[in-house]
Every structure is written in structure tokens, then in C-alpha cells.
Design a protein around this ligand. Structure first.
Ligand code: 9MR
Ligand code: 9MR
Ligand code: ZN
Length: 564
């Protein structure tokens, strides 16, 4: 229980204690509901499967009832329970795909025990989750006041970190260089270039793959730039900050950070001084990729900004060319997030985006050389491994001059990775499409949607789209906790994320729309507790992946409708 909670009113304190007790009751598998399904619901015409635990006899019957009139619309047999290795449970499934229910409210009832759980079926099922998870990026903004409402609660903070950032640790003395703005990284308030670029990269991939569908959704973000679609306007808030991270020589500072992680207080009360950290080649390359891609994506809406991004990308690309060695940032002054990773994948991604934006032959040559050395599509990837983003840009490019043999290898790699993901879901009791558990693995579960979508586009195989839904099903409740992993969304969502904003305000509910890191190191190791930053923190890169996965399930644009 964070110290600040004790400062709030008695009423609030009691509410928090009650919620704490409730959360404890629900956190561990033994007290989870035995029916575990996607608490957001299901899309009409798509697979519908729930996992059922604690089934004592073989099989057993279940019914699906339509709530509108109470009619039993389906009666089925649970599958025989099977051992599920990573949770150590016996799990059965209820597969009611063939029922193909129309939009509406239903409940699944276990005939033997009478236990029941409601679920929703709707075409536009993911519109609201997409809006909330994307608005969560806005709520992460640093350097300006933000506010928003969710389920009757109001969230806000005042302007914060307006003195970002000091040059002491990059040889400039105690002098400020403007680096205000951007998104806070996570449950902490620092700002790290590699992770910022990874997040923007995921959101850009969502825009490239699902832009028209995204544009239908009203995000309710206060307008900052009326020329832009809301989604790109939100990302521009981060890009404007990223541009401040480029030094005059084209290198990019690794982060803006306090020296230590501060207390669990609201951002507008945090007055620890923050400093620029020395440059790294990984940050410089990830920055280059992001700016080159931004130059392309913003060009139709804001040519001036697009030109600025392009010039910034080319300056850093030139710096990288002159500094081919992998240069790690000197972070010895700092005890905050390191985000250190080898730069090869970032350089590959940078070469891909520079080539796609400019057609530059040298960038293409570098890209093809790096891809040829690493032609597989990574199943396990996050901020450390961004090669996939560059690989997809190359694979789906409409530019001339790509190497057909290399394309063939990459194509096969994407399909092989997607097959591995489908197989992981098929052999898991909760159809989790990823086999590992580590810090932030929920983000990687969501990120599987990227490779699966690519495989679907290459093959037309619906199994890949279904595995994308498996990922969302898992994150929203088809898991051993029977709970949603996203604050403010779905059934029994996390109440106590490791998030300074949520812990540091007087509102009982956590800030909405955030995917928590997830079970680590074992499938059953998650606790909905503020202090548990290893499993219950929030972070922009995990939300970036969630936004991609949610965007993939938005309704396609209805071209017959008049444009808004
Ligand atoms: O709050 C910090 C979180 O944002 C980081 O992800 C995590 C990474 O190590 O560290 C957290 O800070 C903790 C620190 O490392 C150790 N003391 C307790 C801090 C949490 O309040
Ligand atoms: O996401 C990061 C994860 O891959 C690392 O294992 C972990 C420990 O180094 O750090 C995570 O990133 C944290 C960052 O260092 C500081 N801000 C919060 C991030 C999420 O926990
Ligand atoms: Zn801030």
C-alpha cells in the first residue's frame, strides 16, 4: 500500500482497503472464476471459446443463454479437461463458435455447478477499448496539463517537468536545454529515446496497416494540431519531444531522466531535477527510423513538419554512417531505466525507413545486407529487437529494386513465425499465442498481432487473424486469473498498477487504458499491487503493441457512409 494513500480522506481510504481486499481475493488462480473468457466480448462470426477450470468430472454440459429473452440458444459439452503445463491446472474448453450468435448480451452457464459469466457480442466491440488505450497515450503527456474522464471518475495532472532538461551529464554544465514534452515512459516519469521510438514505431505500423479504420474513431483528445488526424496528432506530441533529443552533430541523447526513481507522487509534484544522458548509437538509429517514417506519414497533412522530420532523419543517418561502431550510452550517473540494447536492429530499421522515404541506394544496400544476415521474423520482440519493423517496411514496400530472393526468404520467415505463434496458442489452455513469461510479456502477447497480420496479408490464411484474437482474448480475461490486464477496461481489471500518477492522486480508480506488464517469471506470478513493478507496471511500448492489436480489429471503413 503506497504511503500517499494514507493521506486521502477516510472514505477514500476505506474504499481503497475494500478494493485492495477484493483485488487480493481475485488475484490468485484458486479464487478466480472458473469460466475464463474475453471479458470485452466476442466479434460476430469469429471463433468463440472459453476456458473452464476446476471441472471435476470429465466433460460436463454448458449452456449459452440469450439475456434479452432468457432463451437457451446453445447447449454443448465441455471438452475433456487437459493438463495445462505453465499454470499447472486442468483446463476444459467451451467452444460455441458454431452457435455464431448475433450481436447482443449472453451468458454461459455451467450446468453442473450453475456458475455463469456474461459476455457481449458486437461488431464494434473494440472501438471503445481502442479509444481508451490510445487516449491513455495522451494521459501520459509530460509538460502540459492533461485531464480525462472514465466510468465516472476524473483524472488530471497539471503541467509537469517544465525544466527538462539539464546538461550536467553531457558536458554542458548546469544549464538547461529545452526538452519539455513527450510522454512519460511508464509508471515512472523519465523519457527514454529507444522506448519512445519503439512505441511510435508500433503506432506507425498500426497507422500504415489500419489507418482508414483508425480514422473513424473519435479519440476525444483535446486538439493540438487541427491539420492532423487525431491519431497522428497524438504521436506528434512525442515526435516534437524526440526532435529535442537530437544534438547538433546528429547524435541523439539516450534519455531525459532524474538520477534516481522518485516517489509515488503525481507528476506535477515531482521536482527532482532531470538531465540529458549521453548519446547512444541505438537511440540515434531508432530516432532516425522514427523520423524517416514520420516524414512519409505526415507529408499528406503537414509538409513543413514532414520536411523537418526528414531533415532530422538524414542528419542522424549521416552521423551513424560516420560512427559505425555500437556506442553504448554512458549512464553511470543514473540509476533509472537503462534501455540498453545492441544497435544492429535499430540500424536495420533506420536503413529501411530512410530507403522507403527517400529511395536512397546506399540505405537499400545497407538494409539488404543486414536483412540477409538476419532474415527471420522474430517471435519474441520488444524495444530491444526492432528489426521486425524494418523488415515489414521492406517486405511491403512498393518501391522498385528489391532483391527477389531475399524477399522470398523474408516472406517464408514471416509465415514460419506466424505458424509458431498459431501453434503456441493451439497448445495452450488459454490459447496464449506466446510461450514466454518475463517483464513486460503482456506487451509481447499483444505484439504478436503485427507478425500475424503480415502473414495474413501474404497468405490470406484466416488462422492468423484468429490467433490475433487469441491474444486479445488472453489479455482481456481468458487467463488463469479470469481478469482483464488493462486498467479501466473489461472484467476485474487491474486496480493497483505500478503507476505514479494512479498511486499519487486521490482517485480510487487507476488511470484508464493501460496494459500491465504481466506474469513474470511464471505464468501464475502476477499481483495487482502497486509495489509490484515487475508484473504490474504500465509502459508506453506495451500500450503501443496493444493499440496495434486493437486497431487490427476495428470495423473496416464503410465506404458508402459519408465521411465525417
Ligand atoms: O518505480 C520504478 C519503476 O518505474 C521501474 O520500472 C523499476 C525498474 O527497476 O524500478 C522502480 O523503482 C523502484 C526501484 O528500482 C527500487 N526501489 C523501489 C522503486 C519503486 O518504488
Ligand atoms: O521494459 C523493460 C524490461 O524489458 C526490462 O526487463 C526492465 C528491467 O530493466 O525494464 C523495463 O523497462 C522499464 C524501464 O527500465 C524504466 N521505466 C519503466 C519500464 C517498464 O517497467
Ligand atoms: Zn512530466
Amino acid at each position: 500500500m503506497p504511503g500517499l494513500r494514507w493521506l486521502c480522506s477516510t472514505w477514500c481510504l476505506l474504499a481503497v482497503l475494500a478494493a485492495d481486499a477484493a483485488a487480493d481475493d481475485q488475484a490468485a488462480p484458486p479464487t478466480a472464476p472458473s469460466i475464463r473468457l474475453n471479458t470485452i466480448g466476442y466479434l460476430p462470426g469469429k471463433p468463440m471459446v472459453a476456458t473452464v477450470a476446476a471441472v471435476t468430472t470429465d466433460g460436463g454440459k454448458y449452456q449459452i443463454r440469450r439475456l434479452r429473452d432468457g432463451a437457451v440458444v446453445w447447449e454443448g459439452d465441455l471438452s475433456a479437461p487437459q493438463p495445462n503445463a505453465d499454470t499447472g491446472e486442468q483446463l476444459a474448453t467451451a467452444d460455441f463458435t458454431k452457435l455464431a450468435p448475433a450481436a447482443g448480451e449472453y451468458e454461459i452457464v455451467l450446468v453442473d455447478s450453475g456458475e455463469r459469466t456474461r459476455f457481449h457480442v458486437a461488431e464494434n466491440l473494440y472501438h471503445e477499448p481502442f479509444r481508451v488505450a490510445t487516449r491513455a497515450m495522451y494521459l501520459w503527456r509530460c509538460g502540459m496539463p492533461v485531464s480525462g474522464d472514465h466510468q465516472g471518475a476524473h483524472f488530471e495532472h497539471g503541467p509537469c517537468h517544465l525544466e527538462d532538461a539539464y546538461l550536467d551529464h553531457v558536458g554542458g554544465g548546469h544549464v538547461q536545454r529545452a526538452s519539455v514534452g513527450g510522454w512519460h515512459d511508464a509508471g515512472d516519469y523519465n523519457k527514454y529515446v529507444v522506448n519512445a521510438a519503439a512505441t511510435v514505431g508500433m503506432m506507425f505500423r498500426a497507422w500504415e496497416d489500419f489507418g482508414p479504420a483508425i480514422q473513424q474513431i473519435k479519440l476525444d483528445i483535446p486538439p493540438t494540431d487541427s491539420k492532423l488526424p487525431e491519431f497522428l496528432a497524438e504521436i506528434k506530441w512525442e515526435l516534437d519531444w524526440l526532435l529535442t533529443m537530437q544534438a547538433d552533430d546528429g547524435s541523439v541523447y539516450h534519455k531525459v531522466s532524474a538520477l534516481n526513481f522518485g516517489g509515488l507522487i503525481a507528476s506535477d509534484r515531482d521536482s527532482d531535477p532531470r538531465y540529458l544522458a549521453p548519446w547512444s548509437s541505438a537511440a540515434t538509429a531508432a530516432f532516425t527510423a522514427t523520423m524517416a517514417q514520420a516524414a512519409r506519414l505526415y507529408a499528406p497533412y503537414d509538409a513543413t513538419f514532414a520536411d523537418r522530420c526528414r531533415a532530422a532523419a538524414l542528419r542522424s543517418a549521416e552521423f551513424l554512417r560516420k560512427h559505425p561502431e555500437d556506442h553504448e550510452a554512458d549512464q553511470s550517473a543514473f540509476n533509472t531505466g537503462g534501455y540498453h540494447a545492441p544497435d544492429g536492429d535499430d540500424r536495420l530499421w533506420a536503413a529501411a525507413e530512410v530507403w522507403e522515404t527517400t529511395g536512397d541506394a546506399a540505405a537499400l544496400a545497407e538494409l539488404e545486407e543486414r536483412l540477409a544476415a538476419h532474415p527471420n521474423f522474430d517471435v519474441d520482440w520488444d524495444w530491444q529487437h526492432l528489426k521486425n519493423l524494418g523488415l515489414l517496411t521492406y517486405l511491403f514496400s512498393e518501391r522498385e529494386g528489391r532483391n527477389p530472393e531475399l524477399l522470398e526468404r523474408l516472406h517464408k520467415g514471416v509465415i514460419a513465425a506466424a505458424d509458431e505463434t498459431v501453434a503456441a496458442a493451439a497448445s495452450h489452455g488459454y490459447a496464449r499465442p506466446f510461450t514466454k513469461y518475463y517483464w513486460g510479456c503482456n506487451g509481447t502477447v499483444a505484439r504478436q498481432a503485427t507478425g500475424l497480420e503480415a502473414a495474413y496479408r501474404l497468405s490470406g490464411n484466416e488462422a492468423y487473424r484468429h490467433a490475433m484474437l487469441d491474444g486479445l482474448n488472453h489479455l482481456f480475461g481468458r487467463n488463469c486469473f479470469g481478469r482483464s490486464f488493462v486498467t479501466g477496461l473489461g472484467g476485474q481489471p487491474p486496480l493497483f498498477p505500478h503507476d505514479r500518477q494512479s498511486a499519487g492522486d486521490a482517485v480510487a480508480a487507476p488511470w484508464p487504458g493501460y496494459l500491465v506488464g504481466g506474469p513474470n517469471p511464471k505464468a501464475t506470478d502476477w499481483s495487482d499491487a502497486t509495489e509490484d513493478y515487475r508484473t504490474n507496471e504500465i509502459a508506453i511500448n506495451w500500450n503501443g503493441a496493444l493499440i496495434y492489436a486493437l486497431a487490427s480489429q476495428l470495423l473496416p471503413v464503410d465506404h458508402s457512409a459519408t465521411s465525417r
